[in-house]
Design a protein around this ligand. Structure first.
Ligand SMILES: [Zn+2]
Length: 348
């Protein structure tokens, strides 16, 4: 169903009270929202980086969280873990709010709204990225494609046309990058920089897009929970097992020691089923993580939550579509098409 039709349907559902009826029908679900970046409210909002990781604007986020507070039970990490430990059922209409990657607008734009509404949230942080002040390949690719004077780019047989919409032009390259090794993504970004005839974004430019450790300390004081998003944000399934173990161990250690906290949960980088493995889940458990989150654009059945396979969805910007995602997920949530669900052959 196309977006416009979904909005009309959601509006009709609100007017007729159907949202209420459907919400009752779906009370056995835990819906977890995975935000990345929050836009400012300017109608002419523009970024030099990846547009796709930007979700709602500040005022859209405020509307969404107010609606969640009125219509659902927004639970914290502790409440989720307690329910998993004791095998107790979560409240009806349970929801959670999470932010990945450590972008600065999580602090400047989202935190004031979360604090004012007293909504619990988890920030998932790639620890080494905080120290290196580096950005992911998706931001570097977008930056280079937006800055180049060229109207078409040919990179290793992939043709990118830049004349129409530069914001989405990098998509074919993004799909290739998701399952490449770190060395390969780095050399592809360097090659792209040469083809575009644009220098890679400087350390200071990259750093300005990220929270600092002081931002994180302040966020913790305001009630935010910090979780691990690996150490370097490399795709875990592309790494040897010993390197995966080190990713999960170092991240937990650095976050705990730098911030004087206990890190209990993990969000797998990129988060599709092919981006982590049963071995990843095993190692996370051995290292003391109590749960881990995917990003597969699916909701959780309250009677079948696997602690190391907890599903999250991308929040639609539009409030009507956001409401629809909770009230009638089968219609309003578009499952990621790049998923190949693994068979769990044994209990992790
Ligand atoms: Zn991420």
């Amino acid at each position: 169903m196309i977006k416009g039709k979904k909005e009309v349907l959601s509006r009709l559902m609100g007017v007729t009270g159907f949202h209420r009826v459907m919400k009752t029908a779906h009370s056995g679900h835990l819906t977890i929202f995975n935000y990345h970046r929050i836009k400012d409210d300017s109608p002419n909002f523009k970024t030099d980086f990846d547009d796709e990781v930007f979700g709602p604007s500040v005022s859209q986020l405020e509307e969404q969280l107010k609606w969640l507070k009125r219509n659902t039970t927004v639970i914290s990490e502790d409440e989720l873990l307690e329910s998993l430990r004791k095998k107790t059922r979560l409240p009806k209409h349970a929801t959670m709010v999470t932010f990945d990657d450590g972008y600065v607008d999580n602090f400047t734009h989202a935190l004031p709204v979360l604090s004012a509404l007293r909504i619990p949230a988890i920030f998932y942080i790639p620890a080494q990225v905080m120290n290196d002040r580096s950005l992911g390949w998706w931001d570097h690719i977008s930056y280079l494609l937006k800055k180049t004077h060229k109207s078409e780019i040919l990179l290793r047989g992939i043709r990118l046309r830049l004349s129409d919409c530069r914001e989405r032009a990098g998509q074919p390259l993004f799909e290739v990058m998701k399952l490449q090794s770190f060395q390969e993504t780095s050399s592809l970004v360097e090659e792209l920089s040469q083809v575009c005839e644009v220098p890679i974004a400087s350390h200071d430019i990259c750093s300005s897009q990220l929270m600092t450790w002081d931002h994180l300390r302040s966020a913790i004081k305001q009630g935010i929970t910090i979780g691990s998003h690996s150490n370097t944000h490399r795709v875990l399934a592309t790494l040897p097992l010993a390197t995966q173990l080190e990713e999960l161990r170092s991240s937990k250690y650095t976050l705990e020691n730098t911030l004087s906290i206990s890190v209990k949960t993990l969000a797998y980088p990129i988060g599709g089923y092919e981006h982590f493995s049963i071995e990843t889940m095993d190692m996370a458990k051995q290292l003391g993580y109590e749960a881990a989150f995917t990003f597969t654009n699916e909701i959780n059945d309250l009677d079948a939550i696997h602690p190391f396979w907890i599903r999250r969805i991308s929040p639609p910007e539009n409030l009507l579509l956001f409401q629809g995602a909770i009230s009638w997920p089968q219609v309003f949530i578009k499952r990621r098409t790049d998923l190949k669900e693994p068979q769990l052959s044994r209990q992790v």
